[in-house]
Write a protein that binds this ligand. Structure first.
Ligand code: ARG
Length: 469
């Protein structure tokens, strides 16, 4: 290439080639080639609109379209030659189009700029990711709900402060995550609604003097409408920040559940078993079975929330409208969205794979006087004691049991009566962990009957979504 036509796309007034470092700092092709499909879709819609509006001829449009279709298949076949000298995906594709169709290619860029082009491509990319997450999260919820149904009556300890609090069921615990991932899906959908406006036609920043039809391109690309302000259109990256915010919170949820998996598969807890498919061995300690997948799922939130922070810092303080700073939006976003995708599917796999060790859960559910609240409630119900007093009486009974080194249910009636003489032996019926969970029948409570109903409701709802997706 001669110095003069250093860049065939914008080199008209330039005398020298770019410095070598420019290929390193300026070129984005190494990562933005991931948006090639979106770029081609945007260009095809744009060309069609230009022809329909009489801005280019139908012959030129046909040539451009044919060329773009060919480029798409070259990319899919892996034969497309990307060049760093051509900076980004937009110019790589346009340059190739020129090789294929000649002069008509030069008409494609009428009434548009790379600024509205990249904003459009990235919205299309992020939108497709949101749709993938929705399907993947529905699958994860489905896996959780199915496991919850079989474990609707599997008693385990419920913790607060990671101290034994009250018995719950494993099914109930799993359904808590179904709720969380449901809210995550809602947040992605909210982001999608605001994202779904088309920036194409905002051109560089001010709009265009050509009689374009922005409704037409918006519709062709599946957007609800064109964006309303050309400056905002090319400078806005809210759509990806919002998506990364939804992704971060989702990753926080994944991290919390992963931490529980890590704890529960330890011999100390012994609540869960993960098969060889989701664990690894140690090269030195032959007995080890490490929950690597859960640990990595726990960690992914670091990059995902980091990406959101990173992008907000890039956008902060940028004057309107487009600045090249904004090219820094893609790598972090791609990495974060890839990470979330991997984490969601690894977690789905672990949920399918995990087997609760019901005996251990049941035994642990009784540790730490976990039915003390049931005893206090019994005093309120049967002896009409005010709850505060019942709390106090129960505390003294717990202390008596602790002193003898026995569980509440093993404490002789006489010992209880020393604290409160009107206690009778019907109290023992509420002290087992099974009775405890069975009694929690309030809406949203852990009673097996409730859990079964909820799990079935989720399964019915998710069944069609999962089958459809
Ligand atoms: N590669 C650029 C980006 O990712 C495309 C837009 C460049 N626009 C420009 N006027 N240089 O943001």
């Amino acid at each position: 290439m001669t110095e003069k036509d250093a860049n065939q796309m914008w080199g008209g007034r330039f005398q020298m080639s770019p410095a070598e470092i420019m290929e390193v700092i300026n070129a984005s092709i190494d990562f933005d080639k991931r948006m090639a499909r979106e770029d081609i879709a945007g260009s095809r819609a744009h060309a069609e609109m230009l022809a329909a509006s009489g801005i280019i001829t139908q012959d030129d449009r046909a040539a451009i379209d044919k060329g773009l279709v060919q480029i798409q298949s070259e990319i899919e076949a892996g034969t497309f030659q990307y060049s760093r000298a051509l900076e980004d995906v937009h110019m790589n594709i346009e340059a190739r189009l020129k090789e294929i169709v000649g002069e008509a290619a030069g008409r494609l860029h009428t009434a548009r700029s790379r600024n509205d082009q990249v904003a459009t491509d990235f919205r299309l990319y992020v939108r497709a990711q949101i749709d993938e997450f929705d399907a993947a999260l529905a699958k994860l919820q489905f896996a959780l709900a199915k496991k919850a149904l079989v474990n609707a009556a599997t008693v385990m300890p419920g913790f607060t402060h990671l101290q034994p609090a009250q018995p719950v069921t494993f099914g109930h615990h799993l359904l808590a995550y179904v709720e969380m991932f449901g809210r995550d899906r809602g947040r992605f959908q909210d982001a999608r609604k605001r994202l779904n406006e088309c920036p194409l036609g905002a051109a560089a920043l001010a709009g265009t003097s050509f009689p374009i039809d922005r409704e037409k391109t918006a519709k062709a690309l599946g957007f609800d409408r064109p964006t309303a302000n050309s400056l905002d259109s090319v400078s806005d990256r809210d759509f990806v920040i919002e998506t990364l915010a939804a992704a971060s919170l989702c990753a926080v949820h994944i991290s919390r559940f992963s931490e529980e998996i890590v704890l529960w598969v330890t011999p100390q807890f012994g609540f869960l078993k993960l098969s060889d498919r989701f664990t690894t061995g140690s090269s030195i300690m032959p007995q080890k079975r490490n929950p690597d997948a859960a640990e990595l799922c726990r960690a992914k939130v670091g990059r995902i929330a980091g990406a959101m922070q990173s992008l907000m810092m890039v956008i902060k303080g940028l004057p309107l409208a487009y600045s090249k700073d904004m090219q820094e939006d893609k790598e972090v976003a791609f990495d974060a969205l890839d990470s979330l995708r991997v984490a969601v599917s690894a977690l789905s796999g672990m949920v399918d794979d995990m087997e609760p060790v019901a005996e251990n859960m049941q035994k642990a559910a009784g540790y730490g006087f976990s039915t003390a609240t049931d005893l206090a409630d019994w005093l309120v119900r049967e002896l009409k004691m005010p709850f505060r007093q019942a709390h106090h009486v129960t505390g003294s009974i717990v202390a008596a049991a602790e002193k003898r080194g026995v569980d509440l249910g093993e404490l002789p009636l006489k010992a209880m009566q020393e604290v409160e003489p009107s206690i009778n032996d019907s109290v023992f019926s509420v002290l087992s962990v099974e009775n405890s969970v069975a009694s929690r029948t309030s809406y949203g409570g852990t009673a097996p009957h409730n859990v079964e109903k909820m799990a079935k409701r989720w399964i019915a709802q998710l069944d069609s979504e999962v089958a459809g997706g």
